[in-house]
Design a protein around this ligand. Structure first.
Ligand code: SF4
Length: 304
């Protein structure tokens, strides 16, 4: 299945597509029900005003060139990109508008498929019908959905102002799987009040839901967020590197080996990151994780 101790996104790409694919982060100008008043007005406690789309390219369905999408000098070719609708909630708009947007990306030969970041409470019948229709219309392209669950624990979910209960997530995963759409779930390690065992309970729940992919993030405390105020008041402390690496490796051991790990840490916004600053050296963190997995002889799923 894999040539490493966990099922990485790059291994999944090579197995599935025969090559590495790259997400092109797009900002389609959406908003979020957790900001416009439907579910809340202040957003999730950790959310930057950019809805996690700090580095995303403005996209309204226009024709893009390969040059628009190349960064870090990656030698990607047309068809090696994924249209990643990243910023805010990308199914929170009328279905007709979404149809135009997603169709434009699915028709673009630059993209092998689309990856839509959204909330489980924004996947009503109209959106599911649209996804089903697009899936049938573009069988040579893929459609993935990313859901920012972060935790299964309702106390933490209330504290971070997620704005929906766990049952809504479970129902969305079931509905998406019924129409053959893979689900990638975001989980945050280091949320205030959560210990190692609580984080592992989230992982075990996701195993039972048979999600398809996971993004494991370290909690980032960003400037101009309510979380930053809590942090500065001393309400909680940020994880240190040793603790993060240790918990992350436990999560990998507890995670079903069929679940693709799309991310093992976050990409910090260097200017706005208050803590943990050690996370900015991503290469170092990933090396630490690989080292710890080897030293503890951990493979994904060994302690499910
Ligand atoms: S759901 Fe996403 S975009 Fe909306 S407030 Fe939370 S983190 Fe920000």
């Amino acid at each position: 299945m894999k040539d490493e101790r966990y099922y990485s996104f790059s291994t999944f790409c090579k197995n599935t597509f025969g090559r590495r694919l790259y997400r092109a982060a797009l900002d389609a100008g959406m908003t979020c029900p957790n900001r416009d008043g439907r579910a809340g007005t202040r957003g999730c406690i950790f959310c930057s005003g950019k809805g996690s789309g700090e580095f995303a390219l403005a996209y309204k369905g226009q024709k893009l060139s390969r040059e628009d999408l190349i960064w870090n000098h990656r030698p990607a070719q047309p068809g090696d990109f994924i249209a990643y609708f990243q910023a805010f909630t990308n199914t929170y708009a009328p279905a007709e508008q979404l149809k135009k947007l997603f169709t434009a990306a699915l028709c673009d030969p630059l993209f092998a498929g689309i990856d839509i970041a959204t909330r489980p409470d924004c996947l009503g019948e109209d959106v599911l019908a649209l996804l089903r229709e697009l899936k049938e219309e573009y069988p040579d392209k893929f459609i993935w959905i990313e859901l920012g669950l972060q935790t299964i624990h309702e106390t933490t979910a209330n504290y971070i102002r997620r704005g929906y209960p766990l049952a809504v997530f479970d129902e969305a995963v079931k509905n998406l799987h019924e129409i053959g759409i893979p689900v990638i779930t975001h989980v945050i390690i280091g949320l205030p009040g959560e210990d190692r065992e609580m984080i592992l309970e989230t992982i075990r729940h996701l195993n039972r839901q048979k999600i398809d992919g996971i993004k494991l993030h370290l909690l980032h405390i960003l400037k101009h967020t309510d979380l930053a105020e809590e942090y500065e008041k001393g309400v909680f402390t940020a994880l240190d590197e040793d603790a993060y690496v240790s918990i992350l490796c436990d999560c990998i051991a507890a995670l079903d080996p069929h679940i693709v790990i799309h991310r093992l840490t976050g990409d910090g916004d260097r200017e706005n990151l208050i803590a943990p600053r050690w996370s900015l050296d991503k290469r170092h963190v990933l090396n630490r994780v690989r080292h710890e997995l080897a030293v503890r002889d951990i493979e994904q799923g060994q302690s499910m």
